[in-house]
Write a protein that binds this ligand. Sequence first.
Ligand code: C2E
Ligand code: MG
Ligand code: MG
Length: 678
Amino acid sequence: MPAFDFMTVVTFAAQIISASVVALLLFGFQRQYRKSYLKHWTAGWTALAVYHLASFAGLVLSSQYGASAVDPRRITAAVLAAVAGYAQIGWFLFAPYELVRRRPIRMIAARRILAGLVVFSLITTVLFLDRSSFSITRNVARVGVHAFLGGIGFLIASIALWRARKRSTGIGFTVLSTAYFFYALEQLQYAFLTVSWAVAGEIPRYLNALGYADFLLQSVLAVGVIACLLEDEREAAELAGAEIEHLAYHDALTGLPNRPLFIDRLIVSIAQSQRSGHKIAVMFVDLDRLKDVNDSLGHSVGDQLIKIAAERVRRCVREGDTVARFGGDEFTLLVPKIDSIEDAAKIANKILETVKIPMIVNDRELVATASIGVSIYPNDGLDAETLVRNADTAMYRAKDSGRDNYHLYAPAMNARALERLALENMLRKAISNDELVLHYQPLIDTNSRSMIGTEALVRWNHPELGLLSPAHFISVAEISGLIIPIGDWIIDTAMRQLKAWHRRVGPELRMSINLSARQFQQQDLVEQIRAALNRHGLPAPSIELEITESNAMQNAENTIRTLRELKNLGVRIAMDDFGTGYSSLNYLKRFPIDTLKLDQSFVQGVLTDSSDAAIVSAVISMAHSLDLEVVAEGVETEEQLAFLHKQRCDRIQGFYFSAPLASEDMERFLVARNAAAM
Ligand code: C2E
Ligand code: MG
Ligand code: MG
């Protein structure tokens, strides 16, 4: 017979009351916070209270009323205790599962597990029903199995909670995990105890102490639950706050920043630019004819189109730039740091090109275009509102001039930027359309006055604008990178021409070819020149490559290296426009060049400006002392020629002798001279 004394009553009472109080408390919380895990714990604690109550009732019935083991009241109590006990394990595991997984357990799964536990509890009750007066073994088996299963389950829950504890900053998980751990130990201790009871045949003295421990653990567990609840709530509140903030400053359809956030960022950028002095570009991007799409294909297609277009615009800009949705089909773009207005034009162009790529919406191919207005801080406005308004105005101008283009707010810039871009686009096709031509200007030996070579000078036969000089397109070609294919073409064409002339007038004639800065930086320039010489079967010394002094000085050490390699090929090197590029004498000595071409600005002043005359004569004697030939460019008069001759300038080039000529004219010239010489 188990002992039934005052202490037992107190222990049971404490356990029943504490479990009920916690259950009630959690029930209250659950109604307020509506958390599924609170529901499980409430149910768990209720089950625990029932379990203790039923166990206590069983004890009272047997020891106080001498009810037999098969007394229906005792069986009822035993069944109730078993069912409640196992259900409690289930609920006590569901709750931490949900906390760790951050989502409610599926209802079907929970019901099945609970049903399984109940069936199992009924089986153990029937199996171990104490039909005799009192069978220690049966009671031990019943209680022991339950405690053992609970212990293992809680141990697993404790580990899972421990591993998840780093997720939140609070102590809830730690407290819960610790409480579950000791709760598991206590349950396992119960299981062990019942076994030793069965073996030794008597109840260990510390059974009651274990009851108190149980009571204490329940309290800690309850504290852990409440701590977790509070942390959960705080986290949810923070998340909700972030969500609200995001909703307040972003557009729901595209996820882009909205108008207030855009204006905010623009104001910040303006403040930063006031300090740093950078330009800011503000663009107003409006999708053309979106209304037609909405009307004919429906708003959902229109929305899809906006979404795709928004994503494309976003991909055209860099990390620090802001693309915002301003309204229906209007986007605004903030580029907080641009170096020049051309940068903005480039971005606008990129957006136009990207938006134009056909998109598939609902299996339908659509092509959207945009009109863009650009305003620049500080040129077009000093505050956010003005900048946006002016960009808007410029956008309407873009719409007026036929859509699918951009307009800068400042009208003067517009013309220039547009012209430049149009030029670039046409230049792209110039090579394949055979619009580029080379003209040739003779180089004359000052003493003999005979022609020793020609300089190839490129021209663009523009279909609308006529013959364009390099001043009009070389810089565009440089910026756009088109100079590389154009340069290739020039080298090839000039060499082919020289070979043809060699056949007619002999191999002494030289050809000067200008190299641009970008060409000069090309890795395979040397290889390319070598290949061209081989292709056309030309002796290397008949080619003179011209590089301007300022280009040579851009990266002097690199220049020296490349020039050396070119020299090793055997070609001649001339430094063009000498006198305009600030090269030091030191470099002049180290550059492996053959010729100095005196810039025409000095030549033209030799008779009128005494300092020009002094410079020219000084440069000539300096060049001679460095063993360089001197060519004077831009010689237009007999007097200039006479002066240069007196200063012992080696060669001259200029209108006095001949302007650059088309190849047919040059050929006639050459043949005539050749015939005269014979
Ligand atoms: P540059 O190499 O110094 O060429 C001489 C320029 O002076 C040519 O102008 C020529 O027409 C001009 N000129 C010749 N004689 C006289 C004269 O007596 N008086 C005046 N006022 N000018 C004269 P162009 O053809 O317009 O070329 C300008 C510049 O463009 C060239 O200067 C050269 O730097 C560049 N360039 C020309 N062709 C090419 C080319 O094929 N490739 C590269 N990269 N640059 C080229
Ligand atoms: Mg030149
Ligand atoms: Mg020159």
